[in-house]
Write a protein that binds this ligand. Structure first.
Ligand code: HEC
Ligand code: HEC
Ligand code: HEC
Ligand code: HEC
Ligand code: HEC
Length: 188
């Protein structure tokens, strides 16, 4: 039990650290155009920690990215899992809040489930409307999530590592990997 609490304390500290680092980073580029994105505990309706779920450190659960983002290999969109997939675990896993009771964040997840409401997540990565980005083409070509989204499994609060999502960024990799640079593959 002591060991578990210690591990949790470290996880909480890691989340706090990432949050501070992120708030600072956001302060720095707040004036840059096209970077206005809402995320972080105050930006998301539930403070979802990727590291706790997908990380490989002690006390983290190494859930595969595709367990939750399962449409990434078969459709353009990677998708955000519905509350029902959270409840597969969180009907039983209550976590622990500061007062020793269930985690307030997990109680929020259960609240959405009880009310039959989807969790209104704020979108983070988003290409311009005149561009199409097909996840499945990248996954089937063997491009790893980390190439575009960074080390998500280490993030307590997800951070957009590549921003803004420029045409130059897409084309540089397409050139390196021999993928198409025909205008019409990306533009309708
Ligand atoms: C237990 C389910 C779960 C697992 C496992 C998971 N994610 Fe997520 N992911 C979510 C949820 C919920 C969100 C929305 C909340 C947020 O943005 O933090 C999300 C958001 C994201 C986003 C941002 C989406 C946007 O709006 O642009 C990316 C990128 C992402 N995940 C990548 C990954 C990668 C890479 C992995 C594996 C290392 C992974 N996820 C593992 C549930 C999961
Ligand atoms: C495969 C099981 C599993 C799934 C699926 C899962 N979680 Fe978790 N989640 C866990 C475990 C285990 C913990 C750690 C609980 C603890 O701290 O004791 C956790 C922790 C959390 C926490 C942190 C609680 C805190 O206060 O520290 C949040 C928030 C959370 N999950 C939300 C979600 C959401 C939202 C989804 C669906 C998108 C989801 N989880 C899907 C197993 C899961
Ligand atoms: C080649 C770069 C690249 C790779 C590889 C990649 N993504 Fe993405 N991802 C993006 C871009 C660009 C967007 C924004 C797409 C849009 O706006 O249509 C995005 C958006 C997302 C989103 C937001 C919701 C959605 O449905 O679009 C999630 C979640 C996500 N990615 C998860 C993943 C996961 C998990 C993997 C690995 C299985 C992955 N991505 C691999 C570039 C990538
Ligand atoms: C890290 C490398 C990488 C990045 C970054 C990247 N791509 Fe790709 N892309 C690839 C690879 C590899 C393929 C697969 C080529 C194949 O299937 O032969 C591909 C395929 C595609 C295809 C299908 C092409 C076809 O022939 O039909 C589209 C569309 C596409 N990418 C759009 C984008 C857009 C839009 C972005 C930027 C938002 C982007 N990609 C960023 C590596 C990348
Ligand atoms: C691999 C994907 C990809 C290919 C191929 C591509 N584009 Fe783009 N293009 C993008 C993305 C992503 C953006 C959005 C950039 C942004 O919002 O900053 C964009 C934006 C643009 C814009 C709008 C510029 C702006 O300031 O918003 C024009 C015009 C454009 N592309 C023309 C072209 C032409 C012409 C070609 C062929 C020579 C081409 N694109 C090929 C991904 C691509």
């Amino acid at each position: 039990m002591i060991k578990k609490q210690w591990v949790l304390a470290v996880a909480v500290l890691a989340v706090a650290f990432v949050t501070v680092a992120f708030v600072q980073a956001r302060g720095d580029d707040a004036t840059a155009p096209g970077t206005e994105v809402a995320y972080g505990p105050e930006g998301q309706p539930v403070a979802f920690p990727h590291n706790v779920h997908a990380g490989a450190e002690a006390g983290q659960y190494q859930i595969e990215c595709m367990y939750c983002h399962f449409s990434a290999e078969r459709s353009p969109s990677a998708g955000i899992p519905p509350v029902s997939s959270c409840m597969g675990c969180h009907a039983y896993v209550a976590g622990q809040g500061p007062d020793g009771g269930p985690s307030p964040e997990i109680l929020k997840v259960r609240g959405f489930w009880d009310r039959g409401e989807p969790i209104p997540w704020n979108r983070i990565y988003k290409v311009a409307d005149h561009v199409q980005f097909p996840h499945m083409r990248h996954i089937s070509a063997g491009v790893d999530c980390t190439a575009c989204h960074g080390q998500v499994q280490e993030m307590g609060v997800i951070q957009q590592v590549q921003q803004p999502l420029t045409m130059g960024w897409c084309l540089t990799c397409h050139l390196e990997m021999g993928a198409s640079r025909d205008c019409t593959v990306c533009h309708y």
